[in-house]
Ligand binder design. Structure first.
Ligand code: SDX
Length: 426
């Protein structure tokens, strides 16, 4: 057992959070740290998003999420996250022009869509098509990343929306609807999703604003599972599209971005079973049930997720404005009320997270639940791009390569097939 004493520097962040710099630990002691799930481990220094989980704070480049939700738009916030400052008028105009110039996919991409079965999960299609699209831009690969980053970033933000809409139309056997330059980002997405060749979708301002807010509230969230994946892939000097495609795969999981789809499926099950929610909550408190109250709990927030508060307000406003009713919303509110006063959830500091109400808004807009995590990916794209840029801008950066504690077999030697003991019965 090693019993060395070592003095290690402490890194202090902008908000006085402290990290012990262990970069010399193994060289000095032969030991590494072990922190499964990385709950206590910082992978990087970053200037993009700040979360205070105890106080329920989220800021993008220092701006409180509440202010951005009230006064900004998704595209302005995307520029802020990627470039670090609120854009001037000329900057946002150039960015908007780049998004419009890059909103179409290469026409040959439609043959890729033909190859998917109609019931293919749109997250599988999204990840595949982001990489497929990069094949049409050979300059995307390698060091060209830095010189043409602005174009690649705008192209990815613009095209992720087009790929998502096209995959929805294909899954329903509907004709593809191409983007229209007259529409701004979110309106254009809704147009590509729901217009028909003979009639444009009616863009209700409250619907466009609600979806734009969903994108904005999902835009970044420090070193979550998918963003860490994007950084991991970027650290090997892979290109932006490959890094983002990997982020899509990490986001897909029901413990992460897939939770918004899992929440709706949970609420549907509760409503269909006639349960008022109490049975499900009892099951979610019992490990053996294998059930969890989806949309509740968070690795970092041990208080109400500030995004969940905003989304719940947006939900209520949208429903009032469109005079909507949804039994799932009623059940969700009952579950929240019950859980917030139940010792099991209170003791574990489990509160609604960003996924608890977001699906109800998307369902009200007419987006199918299989697309919910795709919507999350569209929103998170600027955050992934901003983290990718932090990696390529760090000229001293190193490839991400964690260590491990080996718990497998000790050294042993090859045994010929005939000498391996009695074969198991066929
Ligand atoms: C997102 O990281 C990010 O920032 C993610 C995200 C982002 O913007 O990128 O915010 C987006 O992914 C939000 C989270 C979406 N996932 C869900 O809603 C799925 C349900 N929630 C969980 O499975 C869970 O809360 C996690 C995955 C979110 C967090 O998991 P942790 O931090 O590993 O916590 P844990 O699994 O160790 O749970 C601690 C305790 C356990 O009980 P005990 O063993 O202490 O008795 O809390 C319990 C868990 O069983 N618990 C839950 C629960 N979440 C945790 N019990 C019932 N229902 C839940 N939802």
């Amino acid at each position: 057992m090693n019993s060395a004493t070592l003095e290690l520097p402490v890194i202090v962040g902008s908000e006085q959070e402290q990290g012990i710099d262990i970069s010399r630990l193994r060289a000095a002691t032969g030991c590494i740290t072990l922190d499964e799930g990385y709950a206590n481990t910082g992978s990087c220094k970053s200037a993009i998003a700040y979360i205070d989980g105890e106080r329920g704070i989220l800021r993008y480049r220092g701006y409180p999420i509440e202010e951005l939700a009230e006064r900004s738009t998704f595209i302005e916030t995307a520029w802020l996250l990627i470039y670090g400052e609120l854009p001037r008028r000329d900057q946002i105009r150039r960015f908007s022009d780049l998004l419009t110039e890059n909103e179409n996919l290469h026409e040959d991409m439609k043959y890729h869509f033909e190859g998917f079965p109609s019931n293919a999960h749109p997250m599988a299609i999204l990840s595949a098509m982001i990489n497929a699209s990069s094949c049409f831009y050979p300059g995307l690969m390698g060091a060209a990343n830095r010189e043409r980053f602005d174009i690649h970033a705008a192209r990815l933000i613009s095209q992720v929306r087009t790929i998502a809409a096209f995959s929805y139309r294909k899954s329903r056997g509907l004709p593809i609807i191409y983007p229209k330059p007259i529409y701004k980002y979110t309106a254009n997405f809704l147009h590509m999703m729901f217009s028909e060749p003979y009639q444009d979708y009616e863009l209700k301002p409250e619907v466009v604003r609600a979806l734009d807010l969903i994108f904005l509230l999902h835009a970044d969230h420090e070193q979550n599972c998918s963003t860490s994946t994007v950084r991991m892939v970027a650290s090997s000097q892979s290109n932006l599209f490959a890094s983002a495609a990997a982020g899509v795969c990490a986001l897909w999981g029901p413990l992460h971005g897939g939770a918004n789809q899992a929440v709706i499926e949970m609420l549907e099950t509760i409503v269909e079973s006639g349960d008022d929610g109490s049975k499900f909550i009892a099951a979610a408190k019992t490990k053996a049930s294998g059930k969890r109250l989806m949309g509740f709990g968070h690795r970092v927030y041990k208080h109400y997720d500030p995004r969940a508060k905003i989304i719940k307000t947006v939900c209520d406003q949208l429903f009032a404005s469109l005079e909507l009713r949804d039994p799932l919303l009623d059940v969700a509110k009952r579950l929240e009320e019950a859980a917030l006063s139940d010792p099991y959830f209170v003791e574990r500091k489990l509160y609604p997270n960003v996924d608890f109400y977001s699906g109800i808004i998307m369902r009200a807009i007419g987006i199918p639940k299989e697309m919910f995590t795709v919507i999350f990916a569209i929103g998170r794209m600027p955050g992934w791009i901003a983290n990718f840029k932090e990696i390529i801008d760090d000229t001293q950066g190193r490839i991400y390569r964690p260590r491990q504690i080996y718990v497998g077999a000790p050294e042993r030697h090859y045994v010929p097939l005939d000498a391996r003991g009695p074969s198991a019965p066929r």
